[in-house]
Design a protein around this ligand. Sequence first.
Ligand SMILES: NC(=O)C1=CN([C@@H]2O[C@H](COP(=O)(O)OP(=O)(O)OC[C@H]3O[C@@H](n4cnc5c(N)ncnc54)[C@H](OP(=O)(O)O)[C@@H]3O)[C@@H](O)[C@H]2O)C=CC1
Ligand SMILES: O=C(CO)COP(=O)(O)O
Length: 346
Amino acid sequence: MTKVAMVGAGSWATALALVLARKNMRVVLWSRRQELADLINQGENSRYLPGITLHPGITAETDLEKVLFDAQVVVFAVPSHCFRDLLIKSWPLIRPDATIINVAKGLDESTLLRLSQVYAEEAGEAALDRYVVLSGPSHAEEVGRNIPTAVVAASRNLATAELVQDLFMSPNFRVYTNPDVVGVELGGALKNIIALGTGVADGLGFGDNTKAAMMTRGLAEITRLGFSMGANLLTFAGLAGVGDLIVTCTSMHSRNRRCGIEIGKGKSLAEAVASVQMVVEGVRTTKVAWQLARRQGIEMPITDQIYQVLFNNLTPREAVLNLMSRGKKLELEEVTGGNISWTLHN
Ligand SMILES: NC(=O)C1=CN([C@@H]2O[C@H](COP(=O)(O)OP(=O)(O)OC[C@H]3O[C@@H](n4cnc5c(N)ncnc54)[C@H](OP(=O)(O)O)[C@@H]3O)[C@@H](O)[C@H]2O)C=CC1
Ligand SMILES: O=C(CO)COP(=O)(O)O
C-alpha cells in the first residue's frame, strides 16, 4: 500500500489526504501541534476543515520522523513562508527515491525565489527530477466534499508529473500535466494578489464589472511578469492561470478574497488577516511581486496599488482612483510588451 506523508495538517493537507485515502492510500499528516493531530485522529479536522468526516486511512502525528519514515510520496502542504525550514528539517528523513509534491501557492519572501528554486537550493538541482508542483482551482472545502475539481501537476520531468497525475486522478479529481513549472508556480502565487484586490472592490461595494476588469487586467500583469521570468504564455490561459484566478476572485471560500473584503470595509491589514484565521498567502506575495516587477522592469499597476494599500496606508478608494486614471493604453500591447502590430488586428 502506498504511504503518503503530508507535511502540514491544515485545510489543503486534509482535503488532499481525503482524495488519496478514498483511493485506499495510507496518508499520515504531520502537525506541529498535538491538539490538531488529536482532532484529525478523532475523525474530523474541525479547526481547518469542519463538517467533513475523515477517512480511516488518514492519521496524524507530531513526530516528523515517524510521518516521513518510508513514505514513497511526500506532500508539502504548508504556507510558503515555512517551506524552506520544514524542507531542511524533513530532507534527511525522506526516502532518497520519494516523490516530492509542493502545493503551496506563494514565493520566498527573503530571496524572491519560486518554491521549486528554494527546493533546488536545499535538496540539490538533481532532486528537481522528482519534484512536482500541484496547483489549480481547488478550494479545500469543495475537494473535501468530493466536488468535481481539475488541477495541474507540473514538473520538469514528465514521468514524475505523470506519476503524480496517476496518484491523485479520481472520478472527482482530475489532474493534467504541464512541463511549465515556472508558469504554474507563478500563476498559483500571483492570483492571490488579485483576489485580495477583487475582495477590496467587493468590500467597497463595487459590482461585477469592477471584478471582471480587475481579473482580466490582473491576468494581463501576471502574464507579463511570468513571461519575463520564462513562463509559457499559454499556462496563464490554463487551470493554474485563469482557472485559479476565477475561483479565488469569486469564491467565498477564498481566504485572500475574504481578507480583501474586510480591508475594503475599513479593517486594517492586521485585523483583516486575523479575521480569516488561516493563511492569507497573498499578503507576502504582494511584497515579493512588487519587488519582482521592479527587478524585471514590468509594469504591474494593480499589484502596485494593492501593495500601497497593504503596506503604505493608501486608502482603497485612492487606489481605485489611481488605477482608473492611468494613461490611455492599447490593450494587447500591455500583455505582450509591445510586439503587436495595430494594423494586424484591425
Ligand atoms: N486551502 C486551500 O483551499 C488551498 C490551499 N493551497 C495552498 O496550500 C498551502 C497551505 O495552505 P492551507 O492548508 O490552506 O493553510 P491553513 O491555514 O489551512 O493551514 C496551515 C497549516 O500549516 C501549519 N503551519 C503554519 N505555520 C507553520 C509553521 N511555521 N511551521 C509548521 N507548520 C505551520 C498550520 O499549523 P498550525 O495549526 O499549528 O498553525 C496548519 O497545519 C498554502 O500555500 C495555500 O495557498 C493551495 C490550494 C488550495
Ligand atoms: O488557491 C486556492 C484555491 O485554488 C485557495 O485560495 P485562498 O488561499 O485564497 O483560499
